[in-house]
Design a protein around this ligand. Structure first.
Ligand SMILES: NC(=O)c1ccc[n+]([C@@H]2O[C@H](COP(=O)([O-])OP(=O)(O)OC[C@H]3O[C@@H](n4cnc5c(N)ncnc54)[C@H](OP(=O)(O)O)[C@@H]3O)[C@@H](O)[C@H]2O)c1
Length: 310
């Protein structure tokens, strides 16, 4: 990627963000987001990656409130202990626990799955939520560019290692679910097949958007395979919208200033039940391969889009 195309990638990402903010504001003016009401789900088990903070934490809380056994997969022991304590207190659900999983390390993902499988419990919902955004150029433990390695490859491996348990846990009318968190930036992303690691010219915007597009394509493909095999597992992808979280900490200072001053107005609250928590169950169990956008409209079906690959 040349410096000019890096600049172009940044402009496209900011334009996508601005479009989502506008959509959110319009939606608010028209009466806001519906508060979803869900039936209790006491016998179900969920894993939420990055459940220690932001949208993941909010999602874990929703699931715990429904009575689910929630396992938070994260890479910060002390933060996770605090999150688990708070979640138990706030939801009065004692079935909330933490298992260490560094999504930036393939070895750690394998160990996480091993520990999870030793519990001999089913898995009904896998929320691929953890992520980093627009970090300076750096690599995962395995040498991958961090956005691509953590956001995409980490979740790709995790999902594949857990698929057998998901398949065993789904049943007719009660599909197990893989819910993957994308971002509207994927609409303006390009997959640079000649340089997936962005090693020639690094653009944090381009790399983030590329990792999110890769997740969308992975979900579409996974859903195709699951449907072809007649399995009782669905794969869906959601955009949470523009949400007031710490994800923006690596952005240009001007953007952080705008967020600090106007975040309350322009961004969704991370505690909003209409972020991911809402999206999770708004799709009926038989929904497959759909892409929910930040205002919960079914944006497209998996077969309707073929994003450009460069
Ligand atoms: N906020 C938005 O406006 C927005 C918009 C579109 C999409 N999203 C997507 O939503 C998801 C959640 O983002 P957020 O806004 O909630 O951000 P956040 O508050 O920064 O939360 C990110 C979570 O991911 C975890 N994480 C980071 N690196 C990890 C690793 N190596 N292994 C395991 N966990 C790791 C973080 O744990 P630590 O805090 O311990 O690092 C944290 O729990 C991301 O995939 C993001 O791309 C967010």
């Amino acid at each position: 990627m040349s410096p000019l195309s890096a600049l172009w990638a940044a402009l496209r990402v900011y334009a996508a963000g601005a479009a989502v903010i506008l959509e959110q504001l319009l939606r608010r003016c028209r009466g806001g987001f519906p508060e979803p009401v869900f039936a209790p789900q006491p016998d179900r088990v969920a894993i939420v990656t990055g459940g220690t903070d932001g949208i993941g934490y909010s999602t874990a809380k929703h699931l715990a409130r429904l009575g689910m056994h929630v396992i938070i997969a994260g890479n910060n022991n002390s933060k996770a202990e605090e999150a688990v304590r708070e979640l138990k207190e706030e939801t009065l659900n004692v079935k909330v626990e933490f298992l260490y999983c560094d999504l930036a390390s393939m070895a750690s993902i394998w160990q996480f799955v091993q520990k999870f499988k030793m519990k001999k419990i089913p898995l009904h919902v896998l929320v691929n939520n953890a992520g980093v955004m627009m970090v300076p150029q750096r690599k995962t433990r395995d040498g991958f560019e961090e956005h691509f390695g953590l956001n995409y490859l980490g979740h790709f491996l995790l999902t594949n290692l857990l698929l057998d348990t998901l398949r065993e846990s789904g049943s007719p009318g009660h599909n197990a679910r893989v819910v993957t968190v994308s971002s509207a930036t994927h609409y303006v992303a390009e997959l640079n097949m000649d340089d997936l690691q962005s090693s020639a010219c690094y653009s944090p915007h381009g790399a983030y958007a590329q990792s999110k597009l890769a997740l969308v394509l992975f979900t579409y493909h996974l859903q195709g395979l699951l449907a072809a095999a007649g399995s009782h597992v669905t794969a869906n992808v959601v955009d949470p919208g523009v949400v007031h979280t710490d994800l923006y900490r690596h952005l240009f200072w001007g953007t952080r200033l705008v967020k600090k001053l106007l975040g309350w107005l322009l961004f969704k609250a991370q505690s909003s039940s209409t972020c991911l928590g809402g999206c999770l169950f708004l799709t009926p169990p038989e929904s497959t391969g759909i892409h929910l956008n930040s205002t919960h409209q079914e944006r497209e079906h998996l077969s309707s889009r073929c994003p450009g690959i460069r």
